[in-house]
Design a binder for this molecule. Structure first.
Ligand SMILES: NC(=O)c1ccc[n+]([C@@H]2O[C@H](COP(=O)([O-])OP(=O)(O)OC[C@H]3O[C@@H](n4cnc5c(N)ncnc54)[C@H](OP(=O)(O)O)[C@@H]3O)[C@@H](O)[C@H]2O)c1
Length: 187
């Protein structure tokens, strides 16, 4: 199973500002590339992993689900949140999971999924990186510093992990798109 963490971040490595403020994303949407690129990306994915905080942010913004049609694995202790997500769309299976991330990822793989998108947030991505299950990073860096908020890998302690740069380009006027692949050949 191949796991991609595709997200947008600030120059200081944050995926949201204080109080879950994602207004900085407008700096990238203005670039006009996002929709087509996201459509191309999501066509390669067969399941989505999302944490409670990201799901709650979506609900707050009036989006019941991160994406419709693909199975969603909600990593959460919140039964009501999962029930609400499951009720949002009959064609989008929602499975709530909790506990260690490695067996969660094993269960997703055992369900037959091959290409996974970690939709968010940094807490889930940090846990996945800690157990070395992140294969690809697709990061778009917005031209701003947020100062506080969850980081792209929001984990207290992580081991060193090497990545190989596959793509680097300007994104819109002042953003940067980076694609990194996990390099497990070296320590
Ligand atoms: N820049 C972007 O494109 C982007 C992308 C995604 C998210 N975001 C933003 O990032 C913020 C959320 O990120 P985050 O890192 O704070 O949180 P997150 O990863 O979305 O969710 C963390 C929460 O998920 C639950 N959880 C995590 N691991 C668990 C486990 N192993 N078992 C059971 N439950 C577990 C816990 O909540 P419970 O105990 O309450 O269940 C935990 O507090 C939001 O503001 C979101 O909008 C931004």
């Amino acid at each position: 199973m191949y796991v991609t963490w595709y997200t947008a971040m600030s120059i200081d490595g944050r995926i949201a500002g204080p109080g879950d403020d994602l207004s900085f994303l407008a700096l990238l949407e203005a670039a006009g590339e996002h929709e087509a690129e996201f459509a191309e990306f999501i066509a390669t994915i067969d399941a989505i992993v999302i944490g409670s905080a990201t799901q709650r942010w979506l609900v707050k913004e009036g989006q019941a689900l991160p994406h419709r049609g693909l199975p969603i694995w909600l990593v959460s202790h919140d039964v009501a949140l999962a029930e609400a997500a499951a009720a949002a769309d009959a064609d989008t299976p929602v499975t709530r999971v909790e506990g260690d991330i490695a067996p969660i990822l094993d269960a997703i793989e055992a369900a037959g999924h091959e290409r996974i998108w970690i939709c968010g947030g940094g807490d889930i991505a940090g846990q996945a990186l800690a157990v070395d299950r992140v294969d690809e990073l697709l990061l778009t860096m917005a031209p701003t510093v947020l100062g506080s908020g969850p980081t792209v890998f929001d984990a207290a302690a992580l081991e060193r992990r090497l990545f190989t740069l596959e793509e680097l380009r300007r994104y819109g006027a002042n953003g940067v798109r980076m694609r990194w692949l996990r390099d497990r050949s070296a320590t």
